[in-house]
Design a protein around this ligand. Structure first.
Ligand code: ADP
Ligand code: MG
Length: 695
């Protein structure tokens, strides 16, 4: 069993193990940095205070931080209750008043005894001809002058947490970081001009000027590279492990696929054909497929999945398609069932909502093999779900699922081939961090007959005009989505806003308004969606539950309220719900004024292009990778030190490095390999270490 190296133990203790960090402070530190000592190492300074400037009083310019040596002359308690307490100090060039509001006299007399010579440090201000320092940051004996006259790092804080205790905790954490054996190639290290990990860490925490705060700083780059290398090495290990697993070659005679192709109401695009061929080639190999099918919203991934599933069935196995929401699963089932029917196949449907006899029948069908195909939610992973012989698992909108879930479904069968599909147009750099060198098929063409979507941005003040326009469109037989503001902190507020808007629209459109939101029961949602697709509802008011995958080709209008609150990728996903049929579509993005610069840039990009990949690249540029797609929900790794908008080249280098390392030392058995194991633990890639045979 692999174990975390002992040298890292002190770093993985709780922050409360540090001297001076009690439970109360510990909570605040955990909130701003993280719960463990190591998290403080990654909490790099975001600013600095330069206290090296040590002028005489007469030479201290107003507004600047200065460290000044003065003699305390007299305490001047306030003459009226709301006036400040002053302490007159001086050197041989002039008088400096220290100013305190809400001061406690006994305390001030203790730290500033009259007649004493002391060092004070803080911002100097000119006030009515006087030189002042309001609440000095430091008051210290003369002997401390040298240690005060330095550059102080400033860290990101949270409410209730002040800089001093946090800075002290960071120093303590650094004291616990041992010198670790070098895991980087010495030649590479030399070429980059980088120092050892420990030295780089110390230096990154002690910037001496602004350039030391930049992500491109040598020490920060070294730390970022370490993080990226841990990420890439872990992915490469997972991949190598997967490759070692025996797979099984699945080949079909093409009969089922031919029958379904004949039943399709359209012709497959060139990129759909290509993707299907790539998948078939992978499945024919005696190793396990792990392929990502990436295609913008509306590019037609579902039918590609169907062909892969048919191939698995032709080869005598079963296939399962998993999607993240009930609505999506039902939609997939509704689309796929008639097509499967053309091939004489039935598809079993399984969601958390299915209970009792119906569920038992489906489970029996999977177990006996009578149901060759399955479509379902997470319910497919549950215990008690058995397949006779699962050959292929397809996972739709994969970014909603974690790696763990991906693996669980794979474990439902023997050597299951995996196809994961995502509509998230992940930029190349991010792809690499989430999947490493995973095989990728991309759907680059849109199905024929798609019309571009006219996109307009309007201030919310013009809501009445928008309502009138929607009304006209509906009069002409259109259907419209109306997306309500997203307030991330509270679903309840989202809901209230959506409810209110629905009521308001009903006064204009009558009964033909529906509402769908995240808190609804599955059956209610389905009913509303069905009414929208089939006619009774013309305007569907929604929170972002319509974000993924919903396909109603008759919908040609999309209104998004408070578009400025949505991310670029999210707006693109939303807009992808329209423009699916052959009629002209319109997307109206309503924003509140004043519009910030980034929000304005986002809306402009959306008006200019509907190319998901370009949008994703712009999103990365505008927001930085950390925020992209809301990293937490996206399943993409969040980096503490690396900034993908800046460190793209380092990422590519780390990928090559990881590949080379595993070519030469697949078990990480050499001394450098051992050091790399420590690196993996340092960045909590423990799971990857456990995949090593000699772990
Ligand atoms: P996504 O990639 O977003 O999952 P879907 O698979 O839902 O896209 O497909 C979007 C729509 O395009 C569906 O209505 C589907 O029937 C249709 N479609 C898929 N492939 C083609 C094609 N080659 N030609 C025309 N329409 C297609
Ligand atoms: Mg889809």
């Amino acid at each position: 069993m692999a174990r975390r190296p002992q040298v890292l133990f002190p770093l993985f203790a709780e922050v409360t193990a540090l001297p001076g960090v009690g439970p109360r402070l510990g909570k605040l530190v955990a909130k701003v940095a993280g719960p463990r000592v190591a998290d403080l190492l990654w909490h790099l300074p975001t600013g600095l205070i330069d206290r090296r400037f040590a002028p005489k009083v007469a030479q201290a310019p107003s507004g600047r931080i200065a460290t000044i040596t003065v003699r305390v002359e007299a305490h001047l308690p306030p003459r009226a209750p709301r006036l400040p307490y002053k302490v007159r100090c001086a050197d041989d060039t002039g008088i400096l008043h220290l100013v305190f509001f809400h001061a406690r006299e006994d305390y001030l007399r203790k730290v500033l005894p009259e007649g004493e010579t002391l060092v004070v440090s803080g911002r100097v201000e000119g006030f009515g001809g006087e030189v002042q320092m309001v609440h000095p940051d430091h008051i210290a004996p003369l002997a401390d002058l040298a240690s005060l006259q330095t550059v102080e790092p400033v860290h990101r804080l949270t409410e209730g947490l002040t800089l001093k205790p946090l800075a002290k905790a960071v120093r303590e954490a650094l004291g616990r970081a041992a010198d670790l054996d070098e895991w980087l190639d010495p030649e590479f290290l030399r070429r980059q001009g980088w120092r050892s990990w420990r030295a780089a860490l110390a230096a990154a925490h002690a910037p001496t000027d602004e350039s030391g705060l930049e992500p491109t700083d040598a020490d920060r780059s070294r730390l970022a590279y370490d993080e990226l290398l841990a990420n890439q090495l872990a992915l490469a290990l997972v991949r190598a492990h997967q490759k070692r697993q025996p797979g099984r070659s699945l080949r079909g005679d093409g009969q089922l696929r031919e029958r379904v192709a004949a039943a399709l109401p359209y012709r497959l695009t060139g990129s759909q054909h290509r993707a299907i061929e790539e998948i078939a080639a992978d499945m024919a190999e005696p190793s396990r497929m792990l392929r990502l099918l990436q295609g913008d919203v509306g590019s037609g991934k579902t039918v590609v999945a169907l062909f892969a599933m048919l191939l698995a069935v032709e080869a005598g196995t079963q296939a399962a398609l998993m999607a993240p929401t009930e609505i999506l699963v039902r939609q997939h089932h509704a689309v796929l069932a008639p097509l499967a029917d053309a091939a004489g196949l039935r598809i079993g449907l399984l969601t958390g909502r299915d209970k009792g006899k119906a569920r038992d029948a489906v489970l029996a069908g999977f177990a006996s093999g009578e149901l060759a195909m399955a479509v379902g939610t997470h319910a497919l992973f549950q215990e008690g779900v058995e397949f006779r012989d699962l050959g292929l698992a397809v996972i739709d909108e994969q970014h909603r699922f974690g790696v763990h879930q991906r693996l669980t479904l794979g474990a439902k069968g023997r050597d299951v081939h995996m196809l994961v599909m995502t509509a998230t147009p992940i930029p190349r750099t991010l792809m690499l961090t989430a999947y490493g060198d995973m095989d990728v098929s991309r759907l680059t063409e849109k199905p024929a007959g798609r019309r571009p979507i006219a996109t307009r941005a309007l201030p919310l003040a013009r809501l009445d005009e928008v309502v009138a326009a929607v009304r006209r469109a509906i009069g002409d037989g259109a259907k419209a989505y109306w997306v309500c503001p997203l307030v991330e902190e509270s679903e309840v507020i989202d809901l209230a806003a959506a409810d209110e808007r629905k009521a308001q629209l009903e006064t204009r459109f009558g009964e033909r308004v529906g509402l769908v939101h995240g808190r609804m029961k599955g059956a209610e949602k389905d009913a509303v969606m069905a009414a929208f697709a089939e006619g009774a509802v013309d305007v569907l008011v929604a929170t972002t539950v319509i974000e993924v995958g919903i396909d109603v080709p008759q919908a040609t209008v999309m209104v998004v309220e408070h578009a400025e609150r949505f991310g670029l990728a999210q707006l693109h996903q939303l807009r992808g719900r329209i423009g699916r049929g052959d009629a002209e579509s319109t997307c109206l993005l309503l924003y509140a004024q004043p519009l910030g610069e980034t929000a304005r840039a986002r809306l402009t990009i959306l008006r200019e292009t509907d190319d998901g990949f370009r949008i994703a690249e712009e999103d990365l540029r505008l927001r930085g990778a950390g925020e992209l797609l809301g990293t937490r929900q996206s399943g993409l790794p969040a980096f503490r030190l690396a900034d993908l908008a800046v460190h793209g080249e380092l990422l590519a280098a780390a990928r090559d490095d990881a590949r080379l390392i595993l070519d030469r030392d697949p078990e990480l058995a050499t001394p450098r390999g051992q050091a790399l194991r420590t690196l993996l633990y340092l960045f909590e890639r423990d799971a990857a270490v456990k995949l090593l045979r000699s772990g």
